[in-house]
Design a protein around this ligand. Sequence first.
Ligand code: GTR
Length: 361
Amino acid sequence: MAGVARQSYDATYGRLPGRRPGMNVSAMGVLSKYLTAGASAGAAALAMLTVAGMPDTIAAREFRAADIQEETYPTVQALLLMDRLVAERTGGRHRIRVFHSRQLGEESQTIEQTRVGAIDLNRINVAAIGDVAPTLNILAQPFLFRSIDHLYKVIDGSVGDDILAAIEPNGFIGLTFYDSGARSIYTRSPPVRGLPDLKGLRIRVQQSDLVIRMMKALGAEPVAMPYGQVMTALSAQLVDGAENNWPSFVTTGHYKVAQYYSVTEHTMGPEVLVMSRRAWQELSDADRTIFRAAARDSSRYMREQWQSWEEQSRKQAAEAGVTIIGNLDRKPFEDATRSLRDEMRADPRFGRLIERIRAVQ
Ligand code: GTR
């Protein structure tokens, strides 16, 4: 079976996953693991086609994938790996072209384009898509997970699968989750050392009803705006701060202007990879299996490196003079947002799933 033409890969599709310092701790070794595994999965998929007597003439296709993060960001690297896996496992019939750095628009625009089928694949944060695929808001709730381990057990298990499946009526096929760590609040000034310090501060949030309400519940004034505008807003002092995970705080450059990072870890909402229903309908059953498996493999690959990304970003921020407020009492933050969680639990669409999440040990 024809493999990916590796030499021309960089020219056509951009950087290979694993090349960037920090990302490539053991990436090339990890990569070959996935690619080797892929060869047999691809062969198996082709065999399935033959067994089922289906024509093997399913059109070759280039799928457009969106990710607003920049090229070196872990999720973009994961999508680039997914392209290689899909190419290898379909004998080069299908490719994924990754449009990173908001080339296809801001997150809310890409979500709409994915819903109508103009974008085929989209890597989005669960909070950002929660307004149109409400089940994903479950995972974006403040103080839902006890730890990152708890989150992993949930998204890797049957609840995760059920949440991915639940968004199909909203026009999306949920393929996999990606790491996003925990989000914390950072400010230009004043430093947030406890809940009272947040009072009245203008904090940029994602364009999400849930997150807007969460920030209000914390006593701040939420300012919802697209990711691509936050740096300007911080620099021009239109907002006092924002909130995000370590790698986003650093890759966006926000750490250069917002020099207080308060470890509130108020949400651990992961990233999600969705496919448009339209693109999904074009895939044969065998190709669907390949896409799902490649998505999950790319997510495992990314997870193997996520922690080192977080650590390196944290270190880079500290070296650049960021004050890390790590000893803040999170209990008042949790208490202030309790009514949001209670409301979601009482919602018949979400109550059972939330109970299952809480029961995961
Ligand atoms: C990042 C996430 C993006 C986007 C961004 C934001 O952590 O990866 O998809 O949601 O946060 O704050 O807008």
